[in-house]
Design a protein around this ligand. Sequence first.
Ligand code: ASP
Length: 342
Amino acid sequence: MKLTRSIIFLIFCLNGYNMQGQNISKPKVLIITTGGTIASQIDAPLVEGPALVQAVPELLNHADIEVEEFVRIGSSKMTPVIWLSLVKRIRTLLVERKDLTAIVITHGTDSMEETSFFLNLTHISPVPIVMVGSMRSSDEISADGPANLLHAVRVSISPEAIGKGVLVVMNNTISAARDLLKMHNNRVDAFPPPESGYLGIIDNQNIIFYRSPVKPHTTQSIFDVYDLDSLPSVDILQDFAGFDKEILNYFLNRNNEGLVISSFAGGRTSNGINQIYNLPNDHRPVVISSSIKYGRIRRNAPSSSPIIIARDLPANKARILLMLALTKTQHIRKIQEIFDEY
Ligand code: ASP
């Protein structure tokens, strides 16, 4: 009798059901590792992806975990080519693996703003992607990586994570990729709330979402990069007091497909930069983005110029949006519409 019951129990468990017939199978989460401080050790090479995840056994209380090491780099070495292969790899995996509930990506914080924004616009699927990093290396006292990773997995399987675009989990908070701002070099609270606030918070018991992003992302995005091997090249130029116009000339004559100026507040520019207003309107696009992190550029660009206003997007994200917009159109006013919408 006992034996029969154990066999039945085993069959139920194998099928993902308990003795009461309740579904006990756990969601499946794929953790894609890319390196960064979350995988780093003091004076030692970056930890391999699987080891990074094995160090947090609590993950298994919440999900069946699989790990794929994609790259192992400091995120200041991230490139658009790696972004493209990452989003393509994710697309392929999701075609092959209908059983995946969510994807968590471990990543360095240096370019987290960029990679998350890129994926937010090119991951054309409702399957949640949650990115996570840490500010302290894995062998430092009070390392923040393990808790951040556990929180990221919990957020990724939360039904409320669906439809909110790519999310970033750090230090008990949930941010929308579009709004993420790294503002501190060292502290665990390096990502303070953006102007629109965090999307939500995480505590030991609960995941609480307060709002949803309304700017188009993931399934609403028009940017399908699946067939591309490279992205249009776009440079960023920082304006400063006394800017020498020869620097601008160099960038205007360089072999790029667009330029982003990181301007003073409100989109104001030095005399050295101001010659962009004399460029013919069929020149390659020049985007003006404010280097001030909060607020937006309110004024519009002169209509017969190749100038586009980035509104509230910082230069690094304006560059990504321009690269993606250029895969759709070269038309300056249409690109401005994309900036106003996204
Ligand atoms: N060096 C790290 C990186 O890969 C910094 C970090 O992860 O916080 O971005």
